[in-house]
Structure formats: C-alpha cells, structure tokens
Design a protein. Structure first.
Length: 185
C-alpha cells in the first residue's frame, strides 16, 4: 500500500493550503510505518510513540519547506530516523526488551508445535540481533528489509551517499548472518 507521486502531490498541496483533513490523512496513512521504524530502532513502545508524535509535529511545522522532490513517506522516514538516532545518541541507554512481543511478526500457522517453536525462536533471535546492531547499520536494515524502502530512498532519507547505504547494509547483513549462524542450514 505505497502511496504514489500523484497522491503525494495532491496531499502536499492540501497540506500547504492548511487543510486540517489533509494532515489527518497524512497521520492516518503513515503513523503505523513511522511508529514501526521508531519501535524497531528504540525498542520501547513509549519512546516510539514519542518519536512518532514528534515526527508528525515537525512535519506539520516544516511542510512549507518540503520541496516535494521525495515522497512524503521518505521525508517522514528521514525525520523519524534522525529523531531516533538523536535519541539513541543523547545518553547511554540500555535497550529493554519488555516489548519484544510487539516487535515480532506473527508467524504463519504452523503444521506442528515444533516448527512453530522454531520459527518463534528464529524471529526472537533475529529481532535481538537487529537490536544489537550499531545504530547506523540498524537503521538501514530497518528501512530496507523491514520497511521496504529502496536504496535511493534510504540515501535520501538519511542524507547519505548511495554507496554508504549499500556498504552499511552489507555490513549489517554480514553481522546478522554471523549472529544467526545456528539457524542457517
């Protein structure tokens, strides 16, 4: 359910005109994705909610400065990513995993309990491995592999060169592969 450039242009025009319903549409359309990125980066529902709220507040204030060269989703991911990275850098933090259940995707219906347990174990190990990645690598994995952004969209959202995105993603995937070795055939 990706919004297209035509949808973005129409919504952006309405936002710039001060249409309150347009802002409501923006929030409804993107709130789950923005919250998901923040939750995967920070590991805390409360912090993710704060970041999501701040993302939309900043977007509302800066909509006049947004040139519209990128998709609205890319712009929102950029705001959310920077806020998450700033939050992570602001003070030494330990990631608490009280909200692990919210971070894990629901497994497909299992043929038997053993395979369901194995999938659940793999999902938990993957989530933990992602959480342990350095922030600069974690954000590219979250945006690419979990949110489905293209390399170009990630580069634009994070203000990085395309080669840097590819390099960080390669290193992150190598780190994940090493951490999840026991699950690989």
């Amino acid at each position: 359910m990706r919004e297209g450039p035509a949808d973005d242009a129409a919504l952006l025009a309405r936002l710039r005109a001060g249409d309150a319903k347009a802002f409501e549409t923006l929030v409804i359309t993107y709130q789950h994705r923005v919250f998901g990125v923040a939750l995967r980066m920070l590991g805390s529902r409360a912090e993710a909610e704060d970041i999501a709220q701040e993302t939309f507040l900043r977007a509302h204030r800066a909509v006049g400065e947004f040139r519209g060269e990128a998709r609205l989703s890319t712009w929102l991911y950029a705001i959310a990513s920077r806020l998450c990275l700033n939050r992570l850098a602001s003070a030494p933090r330990r990631l608490e995993r009280a909200d692990d259940a919210a971070l894990l995707r629901l497994p497909a219906p299992a043929a038997d309990a053993a395979s369901a347990l194995e999938r659940s174990e793999l999902a938990a190990a993957l989530q933990q491995a992602i959480a342990e990645l350095p922030e600069d690598r974690r954000i590219v994995v979250v945006l690419r592999d979990l949110e489905g952004l293209t390399y170009e969209e990630i580069a634009e959202a994070l203000g990085l060169e395309l080669g840097t995105v590819r390099s960080r993603l390669h290193r992150a995937r190598s780190d994940l592969k090493a951490k999840l070795e026991r699950f690989l055939p």
